[in-house]
Ligand binder design. Structure first.
Ligand code: SF4
Ligand code: SF4
Length: 463
């Protein structure tokens, strides 16, 4: 590593005067770039196709935050699934922490939509129109000619169009493809909020991918900001092997080489989309995009040295010269992860299609009814978690009594939450004590699904 650590005091893309330093990364190529391109194509296909997948005429996935309606793998979730959502969220957060502690920022380089769209879509359009980094630098420095206007206008029109597509994909995940189709096909006045959302998101994505770029990873993304506490010296990261590479020096064919393997060609810096020098060590800006690995491997091939001067490895591994291996720490983290995922899976698989809550109305005693009868009042809450209409019925199982619904019926529409009141009416002679346990059978389309225990207050002691 460099003896000075001044690189840690500033962000590579912000100058000492606080100005933005524009990064012109060289077009990367190599085995990691090819593999990442394949992964990116698969992930973009998944992102685009998934909102069109239906299970029994309903979306396979939906994240409608505004309507608080979520569908994961064809199963509908709502606010009533709070426990599952909380466990799922905690499991996901711990998964991120453990995964990062072991595998560093692999997510950033291979899966994050920001990196995928920036490096695999928008940046490729830029290379196609403006050429590789030196041509881009020359174009930006040149006077405004007809050709320069042509290139810049074409690039930004394509960027705007791509941003519009990305905004539509995002909205399809949130509101579903049918709603999105309506927003696109009817006049904006009939879908003003949807139209505003698409316009705002298109504008936001255009700004991010055309101007903001790597700043999203270095100054905004909370995951990026947390790297300092999530990573340790055993985490797998894109790292420069300073033991092998230093002291770096240019190739001098006239002298026998005594320096390290780094020939100080600067190609690893040229390809870096965040403008850093990986030879300085792990840095906040590094999104593990692997471009520097490919660049350096190509150089090593040319100078006939082994590949991997820059590679996936841990800092401890580089220092001790041992390859990354499964350690007790990785095993213990994985066990915790496994337990969390098991708990989450258990909650998912034992989740009922229908949820019933019955509670004797607080603060109420019994009510006298004609013909020597007595009643108690109850509140109920029934949730239909399926996409099918449900007919629910309630029946007292342990005493002779009748349930009288007050102003609501138990025919539930798909995903409906029905709240209401009912009375349990019975002959006074049925009761022999003040507080009698009552068991209410809950039937779904005629089939018993659960039994609910509550209590009935009688007037027996007050006679
Ligand atoms: S690409 Fe490899 S050889 Fe060239 S400067 Fe970077 S680390 Fe050194
Ligand atoms: S240092 Fe290497 S892996 Fe990190 S962002 Fe730059 S090119 Fe990508």
């Amino acid at each position: 590593m460099n003896e000075t650590s001044s690189y840690k005091d500033s962000v590579s893309t912000i100058s000492a005067q606080g100005r933005r330093v524009w990064v012109y990364p060289k077009k990367p190529k190599g085995r990691f770039t090819s593999a990442r391109t394949v992964v990116a194509i698969i992930l973009i296909l998944v992102l685009v196709v998934t909102p069109f997948i239906k299970v029994h005429d309903h979306p396979f996935m939906l994240f409608n935050l505004l309507a608080r309606k979520f569908i994961f793998f064809g199963l509908a979730f709502g606010p009533y699934d709070f426990a599952i959502l909380v466990v799922g969220f905690i499991a996901f957060a711990i998964f991120i922490i453990l995964f990062t502690a072991i595998f560093g920022r692999i997510f950033c380089g291979w899966v994050c939509p920001q990196t995928i769209f920036m490096e695999m879509v928008f940046r490729k359009v830029e290379y196609w129109i403006e050429g590789d980094f030196r041509k881009q630098i020359a174009l930006d420095k040149s006077d405004w000619t007809f050709q320069k206007y042509q290139k810049k206008i074409l690039k930004h029109i394509i960027f705007l169009f791509l941003s519009f597509l990305v905004a539509n994909i995002l909205l399809a995940w949130v509101i579903g493809v049918e709603e999105l189709y309506k927003i696109i096909t009817v006049p904006p006045s009939q879908h003003l909020s949807g139209f505003i959302a698409i316009t705002l998101f298109s504008g936001l994505f255009y700004l991010i991918f055309s101007r903001f770029r790597e700043q999203a990873c270095t100054v905004v993304c909370p995951y990026g900001r947390l790297q300092g506490v999530l990573l340790d010296k055993n985490s797998l990261v894109v790292a420069y092997d300073n033991v092998r590479g230093e002291p770096r020096s240019k190739i001098n064919k006239k002298e026998e080489r005594t320096a390290g393997d780094c020939i100080d060609c600067n190609l690893c810096v040229d390809v870096c989309p965040t403008g850093i020098d990986i030879r300085n060590g792990i840095q906040l800006e590094c999104v593990n995009c692997t471009a520097c690995i490919d660049a350096c491997d190509e150089v090593m091939d040319k100078v006939k040295k082994p590949r991997g001067l820059i590679r996936y490895d841990s800092l401890q591994g580089i220092k001790d010269r041992i390859r990354f291996s499964i350690t007790p720490r990785i095993i213990s983290y994985s066990v915790v992860l496994f337990l969390l995922v098991s708990l989450f899976s258990y909650l998912l698989t034992t989740r009922e299609d229908i949820e019933v809550n019955i509670l004797r109305t607080p603060g109420m005693l019994f009510q006298d009814q004609p013909n020597e009868k007595i009643s108690n009042l109850y509140n109920f809450n029934i949730v239909n978690k399926t996409f099918e209409p449900l007919n629910v019925s309630l029946k007292i199982k342990n005493i002779e009594a009748e349930i009288v619904l007050l102003g609501s019926d138990l025919n539930l529409d798909p995903l409906q939450v029905e709240e209401g009141k009912f009375m349990i009416v019975a002959d006074k002679k049925v009761f022999s004590k003040l507080n009698t346990a009552i068991f209410i059978g809950v039937y779904q389309n005629g089939k018993e699904i659960t039994t609910f225990k509550t209590s009935f207050l009688s007037n027996i002691k007050l006679k």
